[in-house]
Design a protein around this ligand. Structure first.
Ligand code: NI
Length: 247
């Protein structure tokens, strides 16, 4: 199930179209637009242009390294620290991200580069990274889709494959439990920032339920103000969160 959201600080999450009808197959993917502004994207790209990149294979598990062919910014490249901090902050401050992912901790960000011929075959992300359980994976796109060919993030779901390629500054978050791959880049360069979250809510189905409930209660507040119905929905949302959260 895919939620397409447009996001800005002023607006509440706006859910547009494409909601699947199959509710028993839960694999919530969420697309969030404008996580980074055009200026943010430009400054991150400028930092990446001067960064040191190493083979991505070196950070993959024994099976994933067979299929991983990309480059990653060296983790000890201190010139990237301002860019890392900026992107991290923008993601952590994003209202829709917070509602959908309910992050407790985020791993350090990974900047990746795919040049023509590079790809990342089907794999599942490591369950623990930097000592953090990974519940949600996310990819923030840093290049405009028409500037490179290929490079879709393809996520395998029970309903088939979803190929995702977003405008620069937009992010997709999906359950870390899924198999996924990056299609071969055949022209241009694909830069992304990837990261992982440990969520307060481990189960994707529960995260989705809370997201729906919170979105509905905000809509009701917008329409009717602080009504008795709003208060009851708020009580349910808060108490389900208490019931399910791992703090
Ligand atoms: Ni992955």
């Amino acid at each position: 199930m895919i939620f397409h959201l447009t996001n800005s600080k002023q607006d509440h999450p706006e859910i547009a179209s494409e909601r699947g009808l199959v509710h028993d197959i839960v694999i919530m993917q969420i697309v969030i637009g404008n996580v980074l502004s055009a200026e943010d994207v430009a400054s991150v790209r400028a930092a990446l242009a001067n960064a040191r990149f190493v083979k991505g294979r070196e950070t993959a598990g024994f099976a994933a390294r067979i299929v991983k062919d990309n480059r990653q910014a060296a983790s000890d490249d201190t010139s990237l620290e301002p860019a890392r901090a900026l992107v991290m902050q923008k993601i952590a401050d994003n209202d829709v991200f917070r509602l959908a992912v309910r992050p407790k901790v985020l791993t350090p960000l990974l900047f990746s580069r795919y040049e023509p011929g590079m790809r990342y075959g089907s794999h599942v992300d490591d369950a623990i990274m930097h000592g953090i359980r990974t519940d949600v994976s996310f990819t923030l796109f840093l290049e405009e889709p028409d500037s490179y060919e290929g490079g879709e993030l393809v996520i395998e779901t029970a309903m088939g494959e979803d190929a995702i390629k977003l405008p620069a500054g937009s992010l997709v978050a999906y359950p870390s439990t899924s198999l996924h791959r990056v299609a071969e880049v055949t022209r241009g360069v694909r830069h992304v920032a990837a990261g992982w979250a440990r969520s307060f809510i481990r189960d994707a189905a529960k995260r989705e339920l809370l997201f729906d409930l919170d979105t509905a209660r905000r809509k009701i507040f917008e329409r009717d103000g602080k009504s008795a119905e709003f208060d009851l929905l708020s009580k349910s949302a808060a108490n389900l969160q208490r019931m399910w959260s791992e703090d």
